[in-house]
Design a protein around this ligand. Structure first.
Ligand SMILES: Nc1ncnc2c1ncn2[C@@H]1O[C@H](COP(=O)(O)OP(=O)(O)OP(=O)(O)O)[C@@H](O)[C@H]1O
Ligand SMILES: [Mg+2]
Length: 219
């Protein structure tokens, strides 16, 4: 499936790119305008198709968890460390308030979940803003809150942001536009662990993941 889509799309894109660079000869301004639109949209389409393929892969992957005892505190430290450069570049602080915690789960999928949440928190928080990752154990469950000092999610978008390709009103920083799949994939992976992910309404961005300590596979 993927290859069949990727090949013609890549040639469309390259063709538009060549025209745009006037490799086929000089363009009049109206032609240049049309070629610019073609080129921008073929880039957009290519990104969406790649996103769709990633999403399909994630749905497929969610069906089988590779379980082990996961040190959640260590995993969260690794995730925040991986974002430290981008945070420093925007003078953002990242605080980790996490006691030693073990959950039974798929370490790589949990990493994807928290990587998306921390990435979003930094993306939507302003320059000089703050991100906090707070975890706590509670009878049979673990809560992880990812909190940022950005605008937060408007109440009417709290559910739809988990839909694939949905991008809300909040404008994130960064040159590369997202595809609106991070939270859709995060929800699939959390639910595969028998957990839940949601927005906590209030000031700023606040996402909560609840994981059972010994995750049962939802049948
Ligand atoms: N911390 C946050 N603060 C404010 N809005 C947020 C935050 N996290 C997510 N959102 C909103 O939810 C939408 C969907 O997020 P999601 O992670 O699925 O997609 P994305 O970050 O736009 O793109 P991708 O993750 O695919 O690169 C975002 O476009 C934004 O509108
Ligand atoms: Mg995202």
């Amino acid at each position: 499936m993927s290859h069949e889509l990727k090949t013609p799309l890549a040639s469309l894109r390259e063709g538009a790119e060549l025209l745009h660079d006037e490799v086929g000869g000089p363009l009049e301004p109206p032609q240049r305008k049309v070629v610019g639109i073609l080129r921008d949209n073929s880039i957009k389409l290519q990104r969406m198709i790649e996103g769709l393929l990633d999403y399909q892969r994630a749905l497929h992957a969610a069906a089988s968890l590779d379980r082990s005892e996961v040190r959640l505190d260590a995993l969260l430290r690794e995730v925040t460390d991986a974002h430290l450069l981008e945070a420093t570049a925007r003078r953002q602080s990242v605080a980790l308030e996490v006691p030693p915690l073990v959950v039974e789960g798929d370490a790589e999928k949990l990493r994807t979940v928290f990587d998306n949440l921390v990435g979003n928190a930094l993306k939507f928080a302003p320059d000089g803003g703050a991100v906090r990752v707070v975890a706590a154990a509670e009878s049979g469950a673990v809560h992880v809150d990812v909190i940022d000092s950005g605008p937060g999610v408007p109440a009417e978008e709290c559910e739809s942001i988990f839909d694939s390709f949905f991008q809300g009103r909040a404008q994130g920083a960064g040159r590369v536009a997202g595809s609106g799949l991070g939270l859709a994939i995060a929800r699939e992976f959390v639910q595969a662990h028998g957990g839940a992910i949601s927005v906590v309404e209030g000031e700023g961005g606040h996402f909560r993941v609840v994981l059972p300590r010994h995750a049962e596979l939802p049948e």
